[in-house]
Design a binder for this molecule. Structure first.
Ligand code: NDP
Length: 309
């Protein structure tokens, strides 16, 4: 019998209990899934950082903590967490992000807001360029960035991507390093941020970075709020250098009602819904990962504590 502790906010339990039990059965695992195992009996923890579990020291036989979210910035620096930490990489998160990113890139590319918001009797005949003439740069080429980049490339957009290490991804011009960052910014008619939040990516999109983007560039941020310097972005929107920002994530969430982003005509706010962990596909991933570990293959999607993602 494998003891799995479900450690997330109470509200998540009804959502995950049955999908997890079904996924464990499908993976051939005999699991006692509970929200209340005594800590020293727990084999694995299915985890969300907003749970009551903040001290991992009592979980002495725990073989792994499986984070429900892709981002781990709220747990990775917990010094009591000595157990392996896996993050969520699954079909649902990836497909959700592909749909949000391609949907909003197409919306911005086609200038759809002018028609959706402008049903005012004015016959607007501006023709957008074809996708081949709109360059997209993706900052972060991991599970989500690479998939979004390839989806956009398949729609005809010239896609440049930037990551920490060198990459070779079909359909994407892959860059890295400081020079690569500069080239990717210069090629960003539309910039899409998909880096994790780490000390290195905090404030990555600052005044200098925004200034290197082409005049009239547009920006999508479904990564994490602090990747953008908000003051710098608001100034760049004010000057018109950046034409539009569609923001899903913020330094403070929910975004306070009096934040200037809500009222800014060139900003679209979405409430951290770019891609949500779906209980069905996430449960399958968690079950597969535990089955791997039980079969001696080890957990996958492990977080590197040094890099912080
Ligand atoms: P991954 O860890 O798979 O990919 C991260 C990418 O960012 C990698 O390509 C990595 O480079 C690159 N990167 C990290 N640090 C740097 C740096 N200092 N300089 C340059 N590149 C860097 O993450 P995912 O793709 O799964 O997710 C990305 C982020 O998306 C998550 O961390 C999360 O914050 C956010 N997210 C938001 C959601 C939403 O609903 N808004 C939903 C899900 C995720 P390398 O490949 O070389 O390691």
């Amino acid at each position: 019998m494998i003891n799995v502790l479900f450690a997330a906010r109470e509200a998540r339990w009804p959502e995950y209990q049955i999908p997890l039990q079904q996924a464990f059965a499908k993976a051939g695992l005999t699991v006692n899934l509970s929200q209340n195992h005594p800590p020293d009996t727990v084999d694995y923890i299915v985890y969300a950082p907003n749970s009551d579990v903040q001290d991992f020291a009592p979980y002495t036989k725990c073989r792994g903590v499986l984070n429900l979210w892709a981002g781990v910035e709220d747990v990775v620096h917990n010094e009591t967490l000595t157990q392996p930490l896996a993050r969520m990489v699954d079909y649902g998160l990836t497909q959700g992000m592909i749909e949000w990113v391609t949907g909003h890139v197409l919306r911005l590319h086609l200038g759809m807001d002018a028609h959706i918001l402008g049903q005012d009797g004015v016959w607007r005949t501006d023709t957008p360029p074809l996708s081949k003439d709109r360059r997209v740069s993706i900052f972060g080429l991991g599970a989500l960035g690479a998939a979004c980049g390839q989806a956009l490339a398949s729609l005809g957009f010239p896609v440049t991507g930037w990551s920490r290490s060198p990459k070779d991804i079909a359909g994407i011009t892959c860059l890295n390093g400081d020079k690569g960052f500069q080239v990717a910014l210069e090629a960003a008619d539309i910039a899409v941020l998909l880096v994790p939040l780490t000390p290195q990516t905090t404030g990555l999109i600052n005044a200098a970075a925004l200034a290197q983007m082409p005049k009239g560039a547009m920006l999508l941020n479904p990564a994490r709020g602090p990747v953008i310097d908000d003051e710098a972005l608001l100034a760049a929107l004010e000057s018109g250098h950046i034409a539009q920002a569609t923001l899903d994530v913020f330094a403070v969430e929910p975004l306070p009602a009096d934040h200037p982003y809500w009222a800014h005509p060139a900003v679209t706010v979405t409430p951290h819904i770019a891609s949500t962990t779906r209980a069905d596909t996430a449960s399958e991933m968690i079950a597969k990962n535990i089955a791997r570990d039980q079969n001696g293959q080890g957990l996958i999607h492990l977080v590197d504590r040094t890099s912080g993602y």
